[in-house]
Structures are given as C-alpha cells and as structure tokens.
Write a protein that binds this ligand. Structure first.
Ligand SMILES: [Zn+2]
Length: 378
C-alpha cells in the first residue's frame, strides 16, 4: 500500500513516491493513518525496531539498519517511588533520534533520494549523518556554532560536511532552508517518516509492559517528535483493539525556552511568540516548532500536559539520575526534574505505572556536565 501525505493547511494529498518534505503551499505534511500493529505481527526474534516492520509505511525491508530500537526499560526508585526509565540513549548514535532517522532514511532510499542536508542542534544531525554514511549518501549538516563539541565531533566523524552557523537556532534553520535547491532537505522536523519511526517507541513500551499501556509518559520536548510518535503508535494499538486506554503524555520543556508551554498557557492552537533565554537543555531549545497544533492535540487527547522545569532543577535531576546508573545529557534530565514536580503536586501518583523517556547519552555533553559537577578543566 502506497503511503499518502496530507497537508493540514490546504488539504492537498501526495503519494509518498518521491522525496518531498513539505506541501506546495509551504505547510508541513502528515502521513495518512497506518495499518497499525497486532500482537501476532511482531517479529519476536528481531531485537530492533524492525520487529514492528509490518506496521511501518515502507514498501520493502530496510536497506540500512544499525540495530536501532528495542532499548531497555529499567525500574528504579525515584524519591521513594518505583519508576520505569526508557533508555533511548542506548541507540547507535546515543540518542532517541535513531528511531526516526532509520525509518526516514529507508523511506528516502526507497524513493530514490540523492545527497541530503539537515539542520540540527546536534543529536539529530549526528543521527542523520551516521545513517547517511551507512547508506552511502553524501550529507551536509548545519549546526549552531554553540552546539556541544561532542555532537559536532560525532557528525564530523561520520564524514558529513559540518556547516557551523553563528547566531540563533533559527539562523541555522534559515541556512538549511537556503540550501533547498542544492540537495534534498532531509529535515527530521519536517519529514513525516521521522514520526513513523518514533511511533515504535509506543509499540516497545506496550510490549515491555506485558502488552498494556503505561499510565504516564514524560518526554523532553523540543519539536515534539516523540510525543507525535507515541500518539500515533498508541492510536494504532487502540484501533486494533490491543489496548483499552491510552497513557497520559507529558511534554517536558525548559522554562527558559518553552514554545509549547507558551501556546498551552495562552489557550491557543498555533505558535505564539515567547521570550527565550539560554538553557542547559540545548536539545529542546526550539524557537519555532513545526507541528504545534498536532503536538498539543496529542497531549490534550491523552489528558496529559505541558510541564516546564527551571534551570536550577536540571542539574540536581541529572545528578540523581547519574546515581541511579543513568548517565544522560542535561536535555534528558529535564524529564527527571518534571517527574519530581508532578509527583510533588499530585498530578502523578505513586501507584501509577510511569515512564520517563531518557533521550540522550551523557557523553554527548561531557564538557558541560563536568562544569556542573565542578570538575571542569581538570
Ligand atoms: Zn498545503
């Protein structure tokens, strides 16, 4: 079955049979509903997200895989409460992005993509550069000049061309947009197949919870691809009668850089300008998310919420996670800080099965974490 893109702005549809990243009208596109997943369709012997291949909108088995997905779910004690941590940082490139990238790149290979480029604060750039290398695709990544060094080194090591752009995160995106005529813009924030990949996070959690949905899921949120993937995945499970109730989704943002929280607080459904300050959580410092109404719709449907955490809450959460054996970057630690808040105010109760999605590995930001621990320059 050929996948179809739909434009939420003008209603146009497109067959997903060639590389496109947005509608002629300028809007982003979304994929039509998937076939969904039934329990007996899981390839049980496949220890990667490709165990769910029958539920993905791809025409053929993957041409490129680095073993992404099927990450551990571990239970730890968080302030006296048993909580499940989903170790998405245990992916080939050290961040959750590989789920989306692997499915997106395989789709683009199926429809004959050539050289690609992308803009990223670091993790998505590292992921796409790595999978492009594995696929033999020439790749150029635009990054903020201030991106953590570990992420830049990772991109460069894949052989991708790194273009460091001074200024704001939006300046980096503008530079990538200006290159649209030269190479294909394989933007993880625009291309709907990235979300087709992140939906496998829902499938894994369902399977790891013995084929039930957890009660709450907390996700660090910049553009919202994990929120959208979880919504899509649990939707497909619900439609197939595999779950009776959906989990509450909590989109976690840094208060200093909280685009979704601004829209949520204003009771709006589309982007509103907001004041942005520097944040430790560089991976979710998003000036202008692409799918605002879709992400907030998913949060609302789930009866979850948008949670912001202050800068001074991030480092203690990172340290607390480290002492549980969970070494993550500051962006991922925001979800721990949010859990503390939601337990304290009673939004989440101790008896509810709760998942904290840990999105990025600590070595990604070793320099910054060293500063937080007071061991910089030693
Ligand atoms: Zn359109």
């Amino acid at each position: 079955m050929m996948a179809i893109y739909h434009c939420p702005a003008c209603g146009r549809s497109y067959r997903a049979d060639r590389p496109i990243w947005r509608c002629e009208c300028g809007s982003h596109l979304n994929l039509g509903a998937g076939v969904g997943l039934k329990r007996d369709a899981i390839a049980m012997g496949e220890a990667s997200l490709w165990r769910y291949a029958t539920a993905l909108a791809l025409a053929a088995p993957p041409r490129v895989s680095l073993g992404e997905g099927w990450t551990p779910l571990v239970r730890r004690d968080w302030q006296g409460v048993g909580v499940h941590f989903k170790l998405e940082f245990q992916m080939p490139t050290g961040s959750f992005k590989d789920r989306g990238t692997a499915v997106m790149i395989n789709h683009l290979l199926e429809v004959g993509v050539g050289p690609i480029h992308e803009d990223s604060s670091g993790n998505a750039g590292a992921s796409i550069a790595t999978y492009a290398a594995a696929a033999g695709l020439p790749c150029r990544i635009y990054v903020p000049a201030a991106a953590p060094r570990g992420k830049l080194v990772q991109i460069a090591a894949s052989g991708a061309e790194v273009r460091s752009i001074p200024g704001t995160r939006q300046d980096v995106t503008d530079a990538a947009l200006a290159a649209v005529g030269e190479t294909f813009y394989a933007s993880h924030n625009w291309q709907p197949f990235f979300i087709e990949g992140t939906k496998t996070l829902a499938f894994e959690l369902w399977e790891q919870f013995d084929f039930r949905a957890p009660g709450n899921i907390l996700v660090p949120t910049g553009y919202g691809s994990n929120i959208l993937g979880l919504d899509r995945g649990f939707d497909e499970l619900e439609k197939n009668g595999e779950i009776a109730a959906r989990p509450r989704l909590f989109a976690v943002q840094a208060a200093n850089y909280a685009a979704f929280a601004a829209v949520w607080a204003a009771g709006e459904d589309r982007f509103v300008p907001f004041p942005a300050q520097p944040t430790l959580a560089d991976g979710i410092a998003t000036p202008k998310p692409v799918r605002v109404s879709e992400v907030l719709g998913a949060v609302r449907r789930s009866q979850g919420g948008v949670v912001t955490v202050a800068e001074e809450e991030i480092a203690p959460a990172l340290v607390a996670l480290g002492r549980l054996g969970l070494f993550v970057e500051p962006t991922a630690a925001t979800a721990g800080a949010a859990l503390t808040r939601l337990l304290r105010d009673g939004t989440i109760r101790a008896d509810q099965p709760t998942v904290v999605v840990l999105t990025g590995f600590g070595l990604k930001a070793a320099d910054r974490i060293g500063e937080l621990l007071g061991i910089a320059g030693r």
